[in-house]
Design a protein around this ligand. Structure first.
Ligand code: GDP
Length: 295
């Protein structure tokens, strides 16, 4: 994961680690290298700039130059700040509802349907919940079938109304069905489009308003870098979502989305997707991710 970024950061910090005495000049140079590595990894420009400025301020504030092991302290400052940038603490999901309603949002291809299945599987096997999956894509019958295939795979019921073209109604009926049949989590998979358009946004905003979910999760493909951050912004403006799901972190992603998204939309990454299989889901831990990035 993020091999390129890890390599570059390692090289940038290596200079400091190796130096006997550290001057303000090589702290500045190192941070310039760190910034360059972040930008190369597709981290948002403003985020990268603020990041290095903060680390610099902290380094000066802690008199990094006069400590016994300045290189190590710098590495720690970078790691701590990276953790902070990605949200600091792990953000849980709210499962307090009866049933808890979770709305999935995101573009087509982001991994929404796959993740809906993974989340249902996770809640069933790890949290002893009884989830219901809901197919709310009224445009692509294939999407409804796909969710049924996923549901069969993990042994979770899928609610769909293939003849109904009203997603608000489908979602409401599904919640009623859940109440009648003892399901305690309802995961609503919505239609995605290849790009953001007004009709799509209005549709999901209507569903959101009608069902008032406990959690709205925005699913985004980590491989899309800066676009991921821009898409997150648009969805957040309309849905004010609770958290982000970053998928395809097993692929050749540069890491920019993981690092920038929290600082741009001020919403935490809650889960990551690390493969196509139903168990390829992880709760997001900012500190662990920072460790992986810094090697
Ligand atoms: P949707 O259109 O947003 O519902 O996206 P899908 O769930 O259909 O996923 C699109 C493609 O991405 C499918 O081929 C999935 O198998 C794949 N996919 C989803 N999540 C992951 C992931 O975490 N890692 C990898 N490698 N592929 C994923």
């Amino acid at each position: 994961m993020f091999d390129n970024l890890s390599d570059k950061l390692d090289k940038a910090l290596h200079v400091l680690k190796g130096h006997g005495s550290i001057t303000e000049v090589n702290v500045a140079e190192t941070l310039k290298e760190v910034r360059r590595a972040l930008l190369d990894a597709d981290v948002n420009f403003k985020t990268a700039k603020e990041f290095t400025n903060t680390v610099k301020e902290k380094a000066l504030g802690q008199n990094v130059l006069t400590t016994l092991q300045p290189g190590q302290l710098m590495v720690k400052l970078v790691k701590d700040e990276l953790t902070e940038l990605m949200g600091g603490e792990t953000a849980g999901i709210n499962l307090s509802g009866t049933p808890t309603v979770i709305l999935m949002s995101g573009l087509q291809g982001s991994g929404k349907t796959t993740f809906s299945g993974k989340l249902a599987n996770y809640l069933k096997t790890k949290k002893s919940k009884k989830p219901l999956l809901v197919a709310c894509d009224i445009y692509r019958p294939a999407a409804i079938n796909q969710l049924h295939v996923v549901g069969d795979q993990i042994g979770v019921e899928v609610y769909s109304e293939p003849e109904n073209k009203n997603p608000v109604q489908i979602a409401q009926n599904a919640i009623e069905h859940a109440k009648q049949n003892g399901y305690n989590v309802v995961i609503v998979d919505t239609a995605g489009r290849l790009a953001i358009d007004e009709a799509m946004m209005t549709e999901i905003a209507n569903v959101h308003q009608a069902i008032n979910p406990h959690e709205t999760l925005f699913v985004v493909d980590a491989m899309t870098g800066q676009d991921a951050v821009n898409t997150a912004k648009s969805f957040n403006e309309r849905l004010n979502f609770e958290g982000v799901v970053l998928t395809k972190l097993d692929g050749d992603t540069r890491g920019g989305a993981a690092i920038s998204i929290k600082s741009v939309v001020d919403k935490p990454i809650k889960f990551i997707g690390t493969g196509e299989k139903m168990d390829a889901i992880d709760v997001f831990h900012p500190a662990r991710m920072a460790d992986r990035i810094l090697g």
